[in-house]
Design a protein around this ligand. Structure first.
Ligand code: BGC
Length: 653
């Protein structure tokens, strides 16, 4: 037991269970217990030393704005996420911030969720690997991560009261595994409980989530923190293992805890356990350390380049021929959308403007606004001017996507459509210029215009402060796109299995689609999406040979040869999916269980090895309440976005 516990009065202990203000824990001076400061997260720092808020409204210190998780997930590159995490930690330390509130590990259940830009993927394996990498990077610099929002927080509508009604299979096979992976592999020092209820009980007082699963089953040893204002019954929270309430909302909740102990409804040991875990956070407080922010802009650019997804490239229009004259169109070319709105909103160090960066690449460019970056309705005058310019030039680059007003923490989207102002511009320009390229900035899937006369589409998602330079490099071939979609892009929202049950009631959301989220649904139901999970083009070409499967300790090894047979350097993501033949239980058609991004120079080849642990074959057995392996034949489907690779042998378990 921590000796300090004996020296603290019950009142002092209870007072430590809530923050001092918006961003700090409380201090106990007589025992030399100081405060720690925490900050959002997770794509850079939102450190507030003045007026505080959790909506991204008030000023914050300048920091490097990295691409959001929806973008970096497409890198399929844990090592990159680790470097980004470490860079954010260095910036945090320079401001004396001991904890960064991230990563956001929730599964994208539906493309409308307003916060999807902050989440990695619809797939738990990918989300878990990338979350763990980010945490490892952050904590390697001594700064605590806070894995959030635990759990089943998949919509913004009525997020403070909504009850996520999730069946046990979906919970254990889809919504929890990414958190489990991050906790077990990267050991975050804290976890943030979500606002919502899970099957009737608020996460902030849910013993199944906070005690049974998180601590007993996964062995989590850190502190659990409430989402900002997520507490309902504080004493029940302490009993369940919610250590710290954030932010400070007045003395009432502390008094509730005190009363519950005095009346014998809550044990003092439960209070002690929470205090001990909070003291441990203080013991690991950072020392303020200067940091050179300047190299982080280059890392933000690298992350944006590695995360961009080339969705379409007819007649190899990209990379642009440097001799082409180029019309640069759309308000986003001058006033780019590069980050999300809400608690992760950052005051960036510097923002690269796509138009300026294209000019700096030596292209013959001219700009016409086409739409104002905040305008949703078409302005025919601006469109006419853009069309006139597009007619004169060899190629038209249209910067479009979703303005902040259409996508934010705090509300869900209501359509997959682009705003009319962007749509009209794309339609009108692609009608007159056969070499039209669309550069998309948005945090989640959108519907592309039909009929589709655009020849190339480069998806930047929300690419961070260096997105302008990154996309100029990608368009001109100074960088080669290699990102793959970390979520399915549906043709129509009605194709999404959760659609009928998404946000239809403010109090209760039944996850009736169960396991069938993202590609798990599209593959099983054989619905063709606009662009599938794992998809993305390159400027070069790869050849793969037959893959081999061999037994290894604790699982299997998939081995295959990959060659870059094109003229450019580039990268490919090898993806390994497991399919159970003739399964007797409800299962998706296939599930991603391993991946590796491979970089290759032209003419080079490499034998790639991926490990498939036995765990990859398990499912959650609701009767046994544990993970089991169904006996029988399995198929290992290995592929890249464009290739399905044959396997010589199949496992029988
Ligand atoms: C968000 C959290 C965030 C917190 C503090 C909440 O509204 O859900 O993700 O960390 O505010 O800003």
């Amino acid at each position: 037991m921590d000796k300090r516990l004996q020296q603290l009065t019950l009142e002092e202990k209870v007072s430590l269970l809530s923050g001092a203000d918006h961003w700090h824990t409380k201090a106990v001076e007589r025992l030399n217990i100081g405060q720690i400061m925490m900050s959002d997260g997770p794509h850079g720092l939102r450190a507030q030393f003045g007026d505080a808020d959790h909506l991204g409204l008030n000023e914050s210190e300048k920091s490097t704005c990295f691409p959001t998780a929806s973008a970096t997930a497409c890198s399929f590159d844990p090592a990159l996420l680790e470097r980004v995490g470490a860079a954010i930690a260095r910036e945090a330390k320079s401001l004396g911030i001991s904890m960064v509130l991230g990563p956001c590990t929730n599964i994208k259940r539906h493309p409308y969720c307003g916060r999807n830009f902050e989440y990695f993927s619809e797939d738990p394996h990918l989300s878990g690997e990338l979350s763990a990498a980010w945490i490892r990077g952050l904590q390697s610099e001594g700064v605590a991560a806070c894995l959030k929002h635990f759990a089943a927080n998949n919509q913004e509508k009525a997020r403070l009261i909504n009850d996520s009604v999730v069946d046990e299979r979906a919970l254990h096979d889809l919504y929890l595994p990414a958190f489990a992976h991050a906790v077990q592999r990267a050991k975050p020092r804290s976890v943030m409980c979500s606002y919502n209820r899970l099957n009737g009980i608020f996460s902030s007082e849910n013993p199944l989530l906070l005690d049974q699963i998180l601590r007993r089953e996964w062995g989590f040893e850190g502190a659990v923190i409430s989402d900002w204002g997520a507490v309902s019954d504080r004493a029940a929270g302490v009993a369940a293992g919610l250590d710290l309430e954030m932010p400070y909302v007045g003395p009432e909740h502390d008094q509730d805890i005190l009363r519950a102990v005095q009346e014998g409804r809550l044990s003092e040991e439960a209070v002690d356990r929470c205090v001990e875990r909070i003291l441990h956070l203080w013991d690991n407080a950072v020392e303020k350390t200067p940091c050179d922010f300047s190299c982080h802009h280059a890392l933000a650019q690298e992350a944006a380049e590695r995360s961009a997804v080339l969705l379409k490239n007819e007649e190899d229009l990209l990379p642009l021929n440097p001799k082409m004259s180029v019309a640069v169109l759309g308000g986003f070319a001058m006033s780019p959308r590069y980050q999300g709105a809400g608690s992760s909103h950052i005051a960036p160090m510097q923002v690269d403007l796509p138009y300026e960066e294209l000019k700096n690449c030596g292209l013959d460019v001219a700009y016409s606004e086409g739409y104002g970056s905040e305008e949703l309705e078409p302005d025919e005058e601006k469109i006419r001017a853009a069309v006139a310019l597009a007619k004169e030039k060899d190629c038209a680059l249209i910067f479009a996507g979703l303005p902040e007003r259409m996508e934010s923490e705090g509300f869900d989207r209501e359509t997959l459509a682009l705003p009319q102002s962007h749509l009209r511009l794309i339609e009108a320009v692609s009608e007159v210029n056969p070499n039209t390229v669309l550069i998309l900035s948005c945090g989640a899937p959108v519907q592309l215009p039909k009929p589709d006369k655009v020849k190339a589409v480069l998806l930047m998602y929300l690419g961070g402060e260096a997105m302008g330079k990154a996309c100029a490099n990608l368009l001109t071939g100074r960088a080669v796109p290699g990102g793959k979609l970390a979520e399915t892009w549906p043709k129509a929202v009605e194709d999404v299995a959760s659609h009928p049950y998404f946000g239809y009631d403010s109090f209760r959301t039944e996850y009736r689609e169960s396991l069938f989220v993202g590609y798990r649904w599209f593959d099983t139901a054989k619905i063709e999406p606009a662009y599938p999970f794992g998809y993305g083009l390159s400027y070069t070409k790869f050849r793969t040979e037959q893959a081999e499967l061999s037994s290894a300790e604790g699982g299997y090894t998939v081995r295959l040869r990959l060659e870059n047979i094109g003229k450019r350097e580039g990268s490919e993501v090898v993806q390994v999916y497991v399919h159970k033949k003739n399964s007797a239980i409800l299962r998706p058609e296939k599930e991603l269980k391993a991946f590796q991004r491979v970089d290759l120079q032209p003419g080079d080849g490499k034998t790639v090895e991926l490990f498939l642990p036995t765990e990859a074959f398990t499912y959650y057995d609701v009767q046994a309440k544990s993970r089991k392996i169904e006996a029988g034949d399995y198929e290992i489907r290995v592929g890249t976005s464009s290739n399905v690779i044959k396997l010589e042998s199949e496992p029988k378990l």
